[in-house]
Design a protein around this ligand. Structure first.
Ligand SMILES: Cc1cc2nc3c(=O)[nH]c(=O)nc-3n(C[C@H](O)[C@H](O)[C@H](O)COP(=O)(O)O)c2cc1C
Length: 221
């Protein structure tokens, strides 16, 4: 069985296309380029949830990664906002070390974007506004889950969901839980990767200087 799996994994091999990323196409503004790539990924029918990004944190000497959804993008600062439980493992990790990485895996376009950023909590009003826009069942779900805590079984969640849904029946205003809200990650660096033939991929990285301008570099693939 493990031989078969290994043979299958080794046989997985794609050659990447001809669409390159030149310095002139990348331009000088990585935030504008990111917005363009995000729009293209969102319009691509082969990409499921183009706004899904892998958030990595590093705290207590341990790396941890998980997917979250991009729910806001600031075209000025490049700030990427996601929402979560402020008592979750990721939120605690960010409290300990605000430096994070965000990775957008747009494989169907042979693209990847990696951002390094500093995360900070968004103002509560912004979280309230977003929370109010969520479907009722997701609002109840946010109340019902002590995200990242060990539970004895699924019935714990279902029971809690039932209790909260009786407290805030469908159609009523569900308040924002105290421990729930957004983080905005402001980029220091943004790397754009475009797959190319013969594994000679294009990698263009921008690093933000102290004066706010961006330094552009080409990296070996
Ligand atoms: C496609 C996808 C989208 C997700 N979006 C979110 C999100 O926006 N916020 C969130 O807290 N968790 C989201 N999750 C769940 C997280 O990946 C993770 O399981 C959860 O947040 C707990 O992570 P933690 O224990 O590291 O804090 C998503 C998972 C997937 C697969």
């Amino acid at each position: 069985m493990s031989d078969e799996i290994n043979a299958a994994i080794r046989a997985m091999r794609r050659s990447y296309g001809d669409e390159g990323l030149s310095e002139s196409a990348a331009g000088d503004d990585p935030i504008a380029l990111f917005a363009r790539w995000l729009a293209q990924a969102s319009a691509n029918p082969y990409i499921v949830e183009a706004n899904a990004m892998v958030l990595s944190t590093f705290a207590d000497n341990l790396p941890a990664s998980r997917t979250v959804l991009l729910k806001g993008f600031d075209p000025e600062s490049g700030g990427c906002t996601f929402f979560t439980n402020y008592n979750s493992a990721k939120a605690r990790a960010i409290d300990a070390n605000a430096e994070v990485s965000l990775l957008f895996p747009w494989y169907a376009m042979e693209r990847q974007v990696i951002i390094t950023a500093r995360a900070e909590k968004v103002p509560r009003g912004e979280s309230e506004e977003y929370f109010a826009s969520r479907p009722w069942s997701s609002q109840i779900g946010a109340w019902a889950s002590d995200q990242s805590m060990e539970i004895t079984g699924r019935e714990v969640l279902e029971k809690r969901w039932q209790e909260i849904s009786e407290r805030y029946p469908e159609g009523s205003v569900v308040p924002l839980p105290e421990n729930w809200g957004g983080f905005c990650a402001i980029p220091h660096s943004i790397e754009f990767w475009q797959g190319r033939y013969s594994r000679l991929h294009d990698r263009i990285r921008f690093i933000r200087s102290n004066d706010g301008t961006w330094l552009r570099q080409r990296l070996a693939p």
